[in-house]
Design a protein around this ligand. Sequence first.
Ligand SMILES: [Zn+2]
Length: 175
Amino acid sequence: MPITPLHLGPGAVFKAIGGRRFSFVVFGLAQFAMDLEPIGRFLGGSNLLHGPVHSILGATIVGAIVAVLGKPLGGRLLRLWNWRLSPRQREWLHVETRLTWRETAAGAFVGTYSHVLLDSIMHPDVRLMYPFREVNDLVGIISVEKLDALCLALGVIGVLIILTVSFWRRKVHQG
Ligand SMILES: [Zn+2]
């Protein structure tokens, strides 16, 4: 399956570690941007779902595009997120909507590079070193089931850390 929310699992851990230096929403946009390739290929009837975009070179180019577009687009999505919160949810879940270039770039490039890395373990047709090497060296180093479980576990750990930090900050603020 080309589209998988499991890519977001490691993103939660990156967010837990990076905090304000890492934009999770831009990381999410990077996942979407990368998988426009297999979606397009699937809709076009191609047998090969992962092409040049799913490589380090492709991830660098897509990362640069997401870094530029992600700042206004990510800010808009975050404002939408805040707008949908109830007053009670706002105490917990309200987010800063102004993204810095640094956190945008971090979300974009960590997003695209982690994406191709995970995809190259999952999918035989990914060529990480394209156009220099036409072989996938990483496919199957861990089984897809184990990789899925790892991504899910990372997601749970990341969310738990983020919630714990947010709870602790609130307590400190309330004195
Ligand atoms: Zn992909």
